[in-house]
Design a binder for this molecule. Structure first.
Ligand SMILES: Cc1ncc(COP(=O)(O)O)c(C=O)c1O
Length: 463
């Protein structure tokens, strides 16, 4: 059968149809007029006129290993010809081999035996982790961070700090207790890291000091809260890196109170920060790790979690505890296995550290030239630019938005000809560019990114 010919359709017609037929509820619609793209390769997206855009956010870190990475795409194409679909109640080779690799990776990182289970998206895997915790403890109250983001299903919204995501939908289980995130540039307690002696984590410890703080029953040594959800580097919150000892000190407190440590690696996993799991930067051994996005390099929806054996053994978490038709779909597991094979053949620990250090050095120099950049920092290739008024502190969301839109408008002058720049905005005040470039970004592409940022900060600040 011949494929149907593609009928050319204008952008104006597409926009008209989008306005009529597409729900806007399932996208962020950050830009009032979202951009159409029609191609991608490496670190670049291409618009409908085939004009290039350097992408410094790579689908919120889902495409860590470059657009159309050939090794991963080829594995997926081969699976399309072999076993493209299969009900999850049957087994296929890739599922088992992928689970082995992920479990061994966690054994290497944490010294703990565990198992892997799959779902389709990040938020669904978070929901699965909530079930694991509830099943193991018989309790359902969680702690999480202000500025944290764990997804937008009903359950995940309860541990995501923004009330905006819950306001219109009522409560599904129970809203987490939100602890101030260690955001040192804007310390919630007005302290400075060199003199604070981790005041913020000591405040968490204080919650358990007396029963009247409403967390702890000293008579039976039991906490009312049973798990703490942590993004090792706060992602949507603005790529905020916690100070070096914060998470290990937090874990010590949680261990003493028998509270499980759930590590949300959905955005920071798979070498974004220079380590396989971002939590490895902080010397913490989590009880559960949740992942998604880059595990398939953004090719096919699949997510999952690793949990220590005591929580997830078949005796503890028996068949049917969760289920989704598409959970361990053959295309997803194949893309993920190919991604892990790809990772094994690269030297990302060294490479990401080197490119990240170079990028950060260039961002620090950029900051010196622009008074509207309040702060820059980075861990591996998770980098941030905090956009502020010229006092280098007051958040400037308007300027952030103008730069974002001007980058997406494309056609900026650059040494490589007219170029666009794809950025993403995060942060507690929506004034942070969260940079997640391809982990294979070259030095000259980093230079191009700096050139474009230089142009945008110069021209957009003048309005
Ligand atoms: C840290 C973190 N957790 C959970 C999620 C939710 O993942 P998904 O959008 O795949 O549901 C995200 C998505 O951005 C995330 O960054």
């Amino acid at each position: 059968m011949k494929p149907l010919p593609m009928v050319p359709i204008s952008e104006a017609e597409l926009r008209e149809k989008e306005a009529k037929y597409c729900s806007h509820g399932d996208t962020v619609h950050y830009s009032p007029v979202p951009k159409f793209f029609q191609g991608c390769e490496g670190s670049f997206l291409y618009d409908r006129e085939d004009k290039p855009y350097l992408d410094l956010q790579m689908w919120y870190s889902a495409v860590n290993f470059g657009y159309r990475n050939k090794a991963i795409v080829d594995a997926l194409k081969a699976q399309l010809d072999r076993l493209p679909q299969l009900a999850c109640q049957y087994l296929h080779e890739e599922k088992v081999l992928l689970s082995e690799k992920l479990a061994k990776e966690s054994l290497r990182a944490f010294g703990l035996e565990g198992r892997i289970q799959y779902n389709v998206g990040g938020a669904q895997a978070i929901e699965d982790s909530m079930k694991l915790v509830r099943n193991a403890t018989g309790k359902s109250l969680f702690m999480a961070f202000t500025g944290g983001y764990h997804g937008r299903t009903l359950g995940a919204s309860e541990i995501t700090s923004s009330y905006r995501y819950r306001r219109r939908f009522g409560h599904f289980s129970s809203r987490a207790h939100f602890v101030p995130y260690p955001y040192c540039y804007r310390c919630p307690y007005g302290k400075k890291l060199d003199t604070c002696d981790y005041y913020c984590v000591n405040q968490v410890e204080r919650l358990f000091e007396t029963e009247y703080n409403s967390f702890w029953d000293a008579k039976v040594s039991e906490s009312e809260f049973v798990a703490f959800y942590v993004e090792p580097v706060q992602a949507t919150g603005g790529y905020i890196i916690p100070p070096p000892e914060y998470l290990s000190r937090l874990q010590k407190i949680l261990n003493e109170r028998k509270i499980l440590f759930v590590d949300d690696e959905i955005q920071m996993g798979f070498f974004r920060t220079g380590k396989f799991w971002a939590i490895e930067n902080f010397g913490v051994k989590p009880n559960i790790v949740v992942f998604g996005k880059a595990m398939t390099n953004g090719l096919n929806p699949i997510s999952g979690l690793w949990a220590e054996e005591a929580l997830i053994s078949p005796a503890k978490f028996p068949p049917g505890s969760t289920h989704s038709t598409f959970a361990s779909n053959t295309l997803g597991t194949t893309a993920a296995l190919a991604t892990l094979n790809w990772i094994e053949q690269q030297q990302y620990e060294t490479k990401v550290a080197e490119s990240g250090a170079y990028f950060l050095e260039r961002l620090e120099a950029l900051k010196k030239r622009h008074v509207t950049i309040g702060d820059v920092s980075g861990l591996g290739l998770a980098l941030r630019i905090e956009v502020t008024k010229p006092d280098r502190f007051t958040p400037d969301k308007e300027l952030t938005d103008r730069i974002f839109e001007a980058g997406l408008a494309g056609g900026l002058p650059s040494s490589r000809g007219p170029m666009g720049l794809v950025l993403d905005i995060g942060g507690h005040y929506k004034n942070v560019f969260t940079l997640a470039p391809s982990l294979d970004i070259t030095k000259s592409e980093i230079d191009l990114g700096i050139e474009l940022l230089e142009y945008l900060f110069t021209t957009c600040a003048k309005v």
